[in-house]
Design a protein around this ligand. Structure first.
Ligand SMILES: Nc1ncnc2c1ncn2[C@@H]1O[C@H](COP(=O)(O)OP(=O)(O)OP(=O)(O)O)[C@@H](O)[C@H]1O
Ligand SMILES: [Mg+2]
Length: 298
């Protein structure tokens, strides 16, 4: 591979990035590389440092330390040329309440010389039925779809989507997945954060799991699953307090990892009243739970 091509593949590189807020180490020395034409996901529990990282990369917050390279060039702050090449969907977005969806898209499109045509954006994000609605009358999910659409109006090289599908119904979520995959098929890059592990597993080429501002694991979803040491996962329901080392327990539903599912199930059936037993392969959510533990964050 030529040097030029090598640089070109690397759309974004971060070295030892740090951001501290008084006594909180929000981002505590993280390094990673994002390759062109891939979906890169930053995963982590609440307060892990995802939004802080994303907003530093978007030029919206100042880093304390570390190096950021866009398109092979080191950037101390984000210049307007780089800004034109990135798209941004914030975790919390605010738009003008009295503008319609169409007017909002037009406003953001007007900030850039190049980009998608507005009818194309409306079609891509299936906004036809709400394009005349005012922002203040949109439902939470409709507003979220608008926020994601806005991130694409300049047809960016890399788009940052911070929890783009939170609050969306299953249909709208799948539609965002389609847009992400379509965007990627055009050689574009997506930087994603999400709490939906199924979504991350389906879409991502590369995943970084962070906790307390540090990267605790990274790789492709399948490599993370393979190297997790998780062999088999057993799920079951029980109204009793089952004395088992579980990955997760939600109400009466237990998720347990085991090397020997037969033995585990025999044991469960002997000792407890359990039902709806399912044996399955481990997935990214199991890996995430194993790595980040069961404690709720502040
Ligand atoms: N402006 C700020 N001032 C002080 N502390 C902050 C500020 N912004 C973020 N933090 C703290 O930094 C840590 C990381 O926050 P961040 O928003 O990056 O987490 P996150 O991974 O995006 O979480 P979530 O999944 O809840 O969105 C948290 O402990 C948060 O309270
Ligand atoms: Mg966040």
């Amino acid at each position: 591979m030529s040097k030029e091509r090598g640089i070109n593949l690397e759309i974004l590189k971060v070295v030892n990035l740090k951001k501290y807020y008084s006594n909180v180490k929000a981002v505590d020395g993280i390094s990673f590389t994002v390759e062109r034409g891939t979906v890169f996901s930053l995963l982590g529990p609440n307060g892990a440092g995802k939004t802080t990282t994303v907003e530093i990369l978007e030029g919206l917050r100042k880093k304390d330390e570390g190096e950021i390279y866009y398109f092979g060039e080191r950037k101390e702050s984000l210049d307007s040329e780089t800004k034109r090449k990135i798209g941004v969907c914030l975790q919390k977005s605010a738009f003008f309440e009295n503008l319609t969806v169409w007017e909002t898209l037009k406003l953001f499109r007007g900030l850039y010389r190049k980009g998608l045509k507005l009818p194309e954006v409306v079609e891509l994000f299936r906004l036809e039925r709400i394009e005349r609605k005012r922002v203040k009358t949109l439902s939470g999910g409709q507003l979220q779809r608008l926020a994601v659409a806005v991130a694409f109006v300049n047809d960016p090289e890399i788009v940052f989507l911070d929890e783009p599908t939170t609050g969306l119904d299953p249909q709208a979520r799948r539609q965002i997945w389609d847009v992400v995959e379509h965007f990627k098929s055009r050689g574009k890059t997506i930087f994603l954060t999400t709490h939906y592990m199924e979504e991350a597993e389906k879409l991502s080429d590369h995943v970084c799991i962070i906790d307390h501002g540090k990267i605790i694991s990274e790789g492709s979803p399948s490599s993370l699953i393979n190297s997790s040491g998780l062999k088999t996962v057993v799920e079951f329901d029980s109204d009793q307090v089952v004395n088992v080392n579980y990955l997760e327990k939600k109400d009466s539903h237990y998720i347990v990892e085991t090397d020997n599912p037969e033995e585990l199930i025999k044991d469960l059936l002997r000792k407890w009243d359990v039902s709806n037993i399912v044996i399955r392969k481990p997935n990214l959510e199991d890996v995430f739970l194993k790595l980040t533990g069961r404690d709720l964050r502040e």
